[in-house]
Design a binder for this molecule. Structure first.
Ligand code: IPE
Ligand code: IPE
Ligand code: MG
Length: 226
């Protein structure tokens, strides 16, 4: 049996623990984690079925972290996007975001806009970074936008008012052994398959992803039917 996989979502967790286990500062884990983002994105861009890869990079709750770590993450993202532009284009990757970008610095917002613009015609894979993303925030913003337009709230209208392109997630992976969603894509995982691995994100790689995709293929997706 084989399941179709169009939309893969990943909660990239465990960067801090990875660094700590090596006696390094937490931010070193984020740096290594960014390299894994490149590897996994390249793998997905070469995968025949995967059209969208949605990655949880910064949650609406992550502002609670020490300012130094938050600042580091913002700078890392800015640097990453600039450095990766060639790789996005070489691999046919279109860059998109979900989440509320309003609180980000002018400089970071500009880099995000430029990267979206420069990759918008790429069609092998859409990489969606969830930035200042929280599913509850996304749903509330969507409901308010429908109310503002005086639209009826139905599954279809609400679904289309969400940030997320290609709503249905086929497979959601979380690394680092935590078994929770942490406010990621609550609406879009209604019928997703879940896979939790103990591997810390900086140690994750494409061969583990291949094995997870094989496991996903063996699952029976029933959608309430028999
Ligand atoms: C995930 O790794 C990256 C972000 C949330 C930005 P963590 O930084 O949460 O790493 P742990 O969970 O503390 O090990
Ligand atoms: C979820 O990880 C957010 C991201 C991976 C960006 P966290 O590390 O913030 O989640 P909790 O706090 O362990 O639930
Ligand atoms: Mg964590």
């Amino acid at each position: 049996m084989s399941n179709s996989i169009k939309h893969l979502a990943v909660i990239m967790d465990g960067n801090g623990r990875w660094a700590k286990s090596k006696g390094m500062a937490r931010v070193k884990g984020h740096e290594k984690g960014a390299e894994v983002v490149r590897e996994i994105t390249t793998f997905c861009s070469n995968h025949k079925e995967i059209e969208t890869l949605t990655l949880y990079a910064f949650s609406t709750e992550n502002w609670k972290r020490p300012k130094l770590e938050v600042d580091f993450l913002m700078k890392l993202l800015n640097r990453y996007l600039k450095k990766e532009l060639d790789t996005y284009n070489k691999n046919g990757v279109k860059f998109e975001t979900i989440g509320d970008l309003a609180p980000f610095s002018k400089q970071l917002k500009e880099t995000i806009t430029k990267t979206k613009e420069a990759t918008k015609d790429n069609s092998k894979l859409t990489q969606v970074l969830a930035l200042n993303y929280g599913a509850q925030d996304e749903i509330v913003r969507a409901v308010n936008s429908l109310i503002d337009k005086n639209r009826e709230i139905t599954i279809d209208t609400l679904s289309n008012a969400l940030d997320t392109p290609y709503k249905d997630i086929d497979l959601l992976i979380r690394t680092s052994g935590e078994i929770r969603l942490s406010n990621f894509l609550l609406w879009q995982v209604a019928y997703s398959e879940f896979y939790f691995t103990n591997t810390l994100w900086p140690d994750f790689n494409s061969s583990e992803l291949s094995a997870i995709l094989e496991n996903f293929n063996l699952r029976e997706r029933k959608y309430g039917s028999i």
